[in-house]
Design a protein around this ligand. Structure first.
Ligand code: SAM
Length: 423
């Protein structure tokens, strides 16, 4: 019973919904903290975290999933740099450029943004990067700017040579990049998150909302929407994009960036913010422009180009699959899922249809169903990088670190093999 009470408290305080990480993960964290505090009765521990913000903070530090790395997913950062060069710098901007990374975890994401800005020729004094996370341990680590090889996972590591100095088995970020980021320990659900905070031109909020239930996800998005400038850009994680349905955002014309432009016409007034106000507005006000036909967030998610050969029956199925991805991008998840079912009944496009169904189940907050789909994908195509990567994250969220590691290693091998075969 007390574990349930602790889960309830964590949800109240930090938004964590126990089903997204599994009760096992929370139970392990609680046991570890009880050992560290020499407490044997879970009811006593529940009382302690109800009274001590320090111990509650320590539990939060233990339970959070800090998984992150430099240039994670690559495409959002390419889209960001493209936007900085083609829109921001080209548009005679009012300085400084304001950017928010929340949650920033151990700093890899905001430092990646700082490296992108340096590569684009933006002077440190012309941009401000704020980086926020609820975990004091993560913020502390971010401040040291010293990283092991685990934070460098891609194949192109030229940025490491440019911006880091080797330090034994680690790599130390150079000061001119490090000094571009300002870190702050803060809860995105805390009222002070928006109070007295000026608007941002760009917000990265990736891989946080997946841990919240629907109402909390929308509370968080309300806040981000209020903090964005008109035409500001919001980047979400790939399975979080359907949350922008019915909101005044349009997808960026940049494949797999999961970036969206705010097309709301009203600026946030710091003094008059009320929770949910922008959500209500957004529900009655549709985007000025229809979402672009392509590329869209779910589209191109298989990493393949979809140019159908119109002389074959397979091409029609390919069209159907492409249509399913487009519907998913536009937030029509039920219709997209129905099309996938049609394809599966026709025994065509099996792996990709299962993969899209997995993404849809994940976006709907059903990791167990998503996992089943992704497992079918890798049964049909053992080198399906994206499905392997999703499985790794799902297993990690469920506290199954061995399987998470195995899938991660398989994904890395598949990525190398796929790159080898594509030239
Ligand atoms: C998986 S990391 C994501 C890091 C980075 N955005 C990325 O995509 O690589 C999730 C982070 O969310 C943070 N977090 C969890 N709940 C939070 C909250 N309510 N407010 C702010 N940060 C939170 C955790 O401390 C953790 O560092």
């Amino acid at each position: 019973m007390s574990l349930r009470a602790i889960e309830h408290l964590l949800k109240q305080k930090m938004g964590l919904h126990s089903s997204t990480v599994g009760s096992g993960t929370i139970s392990q964290a609680v046991k570890q903290r009880m050992r560290d505090c020499s407490v044997t009765d879970i009811n006593d521990y529940r009382n302690i975290i109800g009274q001590s913000t320090t111990e509650l903070g320590a539990l939060i530090d233990t339970v959070v999933i800090p998984e992150t790395w430099f240039f994670r997913d690559a495409h959002p950062f390419a889209a960001f740099s493209d936007w900085v060069r083609c829109e921001w710098l080209a548009g005679n901007p009012t300085l400084p450029l304001r950017i928010l990374s929340v949650p920033c975890s151990t700093g890899e994401e905001p430092y990646t943004l700082a490296m992108c800005l340096a590569d684009c020729g933006v002077a440190a004094s012309d941009a401000q990067i704020d980086a926020i996370d609820i975990s004091s341990i993560n913020i502390q680590k971010a401040g040291t700017a010293c990283y092991s090889s685990n934070s460098f996972r891609g194949t192109d590591l030229r940025f490491r040579d440019r911006y880091f100095d080797p330090d034994g088995t680690h790599f130390q970020l150079k000061d001119d990049i490090r000094d571009r980021v300002r870190f702050e320990k803060l809860n995105i659900l805390d009222p002070s998150f928006i109070e007295n905070r000026a608007n941002y031109h760009v917000i990265f909020c990736r891989n946080l909302l997946i841990y919240f239930d629907r109402p909390t996800q929308h509370r968080a998005i309300d806040r981000l929407e209020q903090l964005l400038t008109r035409n500001g850009i919001l980047f979400l994680g790939h399975s979080e994009t359907s949350l922008l349905r019915e909101r005044p955002f349009v997808a960026l014309d940049f494949s797999r960036s999961f970036g969206f432009r705010n097309v709301e016409n009203t600026e946030h007034k710091i003094t008059t913010t009320t929770p949910h106000s922008s959500r209500k507005q957004a529900q009655v006000r549709k985007p000025d422009k229809p979402a672009p036909a392509s590329p869209l967030p779910f589209a191109d998610n298989t990493g393949k180009s979809r140019q159908p050969d119109r002389n074959t029956v397979a091409a029609q199925d390919d069209d159907l699959l492409q249509r399913a991805f487009q519907l998913a991008d536009q937030g029509h998840l039920d219709e997209a899922a129905n099309l996938c079912e049609v394809l599966l009944r026709q025994q065509t496009g099996q792996a990709d249809a299962h993969y899209l169904l997995g993404l849809i189940r994940e976006a709907a907050g059903n990791p167990a169903a998503a996992e089943r789909m992704f497992r079918k994908v890798i049964y049909l195509n053992p080198d399906h990088y994206e499905a392997l990567a999703h499985l790794s994250v799902i297993c990690k969220q469920q506290g199954d670190t061995d399987d998470a590691q195995r899938f991660h290693e398989r994904a890395t091998r598949a990525q190398h093999r796929n790159q080898g075969t594509s030239g």
